[in-house]
Design a protein. Structure first.
Length: 210
């Protein structure tokens, strides 16, 4: 059994985006983590999105989400009508929706499908998630960028991570993450991100088949 993901402590605020392809996908894949966060006293700001909720499945999706989200600090539920089983053929429309979403909600964490899921709708939904983590080491809220990076690496070992800081004592340590020292120019940032993404792609290509 995998332990619930812990990214915040009691009283901390956590902005969470849940994206499921179908009704009940979020509940099955992330329900235990969400319930544990509520029990831990984390102040959750939630956007819950179901991409294919048509006919009676829409009411089912909303009712289930409302049950899970009782007691959270703030919650908004969205249901959409993309055609079940046809997400690859609707990829442009789904991508357009996701680009619009990025302009109105900036989550601390995204919970969605696994990229190796056998269902084509689940795989395409996973393709919308972030491909890289870039964070300052010094952050508000009781967790440092290094702690966040370690948590992300344990949970998502394939995710490239680049950290930045203005404190020299954090640079060149044994933490195992690439560090971009402030102040930096935009071209230095671009290069650091490009290198991290390139290394992640190469590692994926060299990985033995599952």
């Amino acid at each position: 059994m995998t332990a619930p993901l812990k990214l915040a402590a009691r009283g901390d605020k956590l902005s969470v985006l849940c994206v499921g392809a179908h009704s009940d996908d979020i509940e099955i894949g992330a329900g235990a983590t969400l319930l544990q966060w509520k029990a831990d006293g984390i102040r959750i700001d939630m956007l819950w999105c179901v991409l294919s909720a048509v006919g009676p499945r829409e009411a089912e999706a909303r009712s289930s989400a409302e049950d899970f989200l009782q007691g959270v600090e703030r919650a908004h539920i969205e249901t959409h009508h993309f055609r079940d089983g046809f997400f690859p053929a609707q990829s442009a429309e789904i991508k357009t929706w996701f680009e619009e979403l990025k302009g109105r909600f900036q989550p601390d964490v995204i919970l969605t499908h696994n990229g190796i899921d056998a269902h084509q709708d689940h795989r395409l939904t996973n393709d919308l998630k972030p491909r890289l983590v870039f964070s300052d080491i010094v952050m508000p809220g009781g967790i440092s960028g290094l702690e966040l990076a370690r948590k992300v690496r344990r949970r998502f070992p394939e995710m490239p991570i680049v950290l930045t800081t203005g404190y020299s004592e954090h640079v060149g340590g044994t933490h195992g993450f690439d560090i971009l020292q402030k102040p930096y120019e935009l071209r230095s940032l671009a290069k650091a991100l490009q290198v991290a993404l390139k290394e992640a792609v190469e590692a994926e290509l060299l990985a033995p088949p599952a």
